[in-house]
Design a protein around this ligand. Structure first.
Ligand code: ADP
Length: 333
């Protein structure tokens, strides 16, 4: 479901560009990571050398790419962007690394999905700013050492646990992004509305913020959909009535759960509330296990609708109540 998916759809990419905060001071929420990054960047600027490599982890849509761009902006550095899945061979990565200028920021999204040989090449680049490029095959193969300009790697991953130990160890800074509170999302929505020139009431932004799954990307997308609704069927103003009506059209419920979230809860409930293993659950809702684990679960856990046990996922009493079902005796969570 592209509307409430936290992954960026094509539509988002252009729309998001204009509302993306450009500097740390413009960032809303994430106070802890913001403070930590501020110190890291300020001290690097004072020393006049690139900061430690930075790992950002958290569910999609919380601001990892935005932060990578901000890191480059705060350092007045060049920015190169790529992603783990795009780096299939060590040679692909070597080409990127050797073309960096001094002080550049290299952003690798989904860094946990980088191919193994490329990952090993990355280790030496991160540690010693050099790479050994192997030329030829078999007994005649030779390793040619190449220098890499000092750079800062910003890696993004949905969960830092997905990284191998040696990879994690090479980051001097690990920032864990958290879901946003409804009042922070409300501020993000009000800011975006201002930039996009969309008339909005306080109640409108409160309602959209409350139902955005703790995720700025979803908040901005819901804002655009409620705006469409307000323009076509309403008064043109994003107010409470437009927000409620539009979100009903798009099947976003009171807690901001989308169809997939509800499908996950229903699948658990069909099994008496669980426990159900991840792969069984993914099959039941027709999704990849990764999507269920990285996108649905963190939010369902955070809202207390789902719990993880050693034997699998379980629906909590709140989940039964949210779906309007009587809570069976003995349900815990
Ligand atoms: P990720 O890389 O974690 O998937 P992005 O950095 O692409 O997420 O963020 C998605 C969108 O959400 C961005 O376009 C940006 O407009 C918005 N956004 C993210 N974090 C913030 C924030 N702290 N304040 C305001 N807007 C934000």
């Amino acid at each position: 479901d592209p509307l409430v998916s936290a992954y960026a759809a094509e539509e988002d990419q252009a729309a998001e560009q204009s509302v993306r905060p450009k500097r740390l001071a413009e960032l809303i929420g994430q106070h802890r990571v913001r403070e930590q990054l501020d110190l890291l960047l300020q001290s690097a600027l004072r020393r006049g050398s690139p900061p430690d490599h930075i790992l950002l982890s958290g569910p999609p849509g919380l601001g990892k790419t935005t932060l990578a761009m901000i890191v480059a902006a705060e350092l007045s550095a060049g920015l190169r962007m790529t992603s783990g899945p795009a780096i299939e061979r060590a040679g692909d990565l070597a080409a990127v690394l050797t073309s960096l200028s001094e002080g550049d920021v290299l952003f690798i999204d989904e860094i946990h999905r980088i191919a193994k040989p490329a990952e090993e090449l990355l280790y030496s680049a991160m540690e010693d700013f050099r790479v050994d490029v192997v030329v030829g095959k078999g007994p005649g193969a030779t390793a040619i050492p190449l220098d890499v300009e000092p750079f800062t790697l910003v890696g993004a991953t949905t969960r830092s646990g997905l990284l191998t130990g040696p990879m994690r160890d090479r980051f001097g800074f690990v920032g864990q992004l958290e879901f946003y509170d409804p009042d922070e999302l409300e501020l993000i929505i009000a800011r975006s509305a201002r930039i996009l020139d969309v008339p909005i009431t306080d109640e409108g932004s409160t309602e959209i913020g409350r139902r955005s799954r703790g995720t700025p990307r979803i908040a901005n997308r819901l804002l655009r959909r409620v705006r469409d609704y307000a323009e076509v069927r309403g008064t043109g103003v994003v107010d409470l009535a437009a927000a409620k009506a539009a979100l009903a059209v798009y099947d976003v419920d009171e807690l901001g759960l989308d169809r997939l979230d509800r499908a996950v809860l229903r699948a658990l409930i069909r099994q008496g509330g669980g426990p159900v293993g991840l792969s069984t659950l993914a099959v039941a809702v027709g999704e990849q296990p990764d999507t269920v684990e990285e996108v649905c679960e963190p939010f369902l856990l955070r809202t207390g609708l789902l719990a993880r046990t050693p034997r699998g996922r379980v629906a909590t009493p709140s989940a039964w109540r949210h779906l309007g079902l009587p809570v069976p005796a003995g349900t815990v969570g």
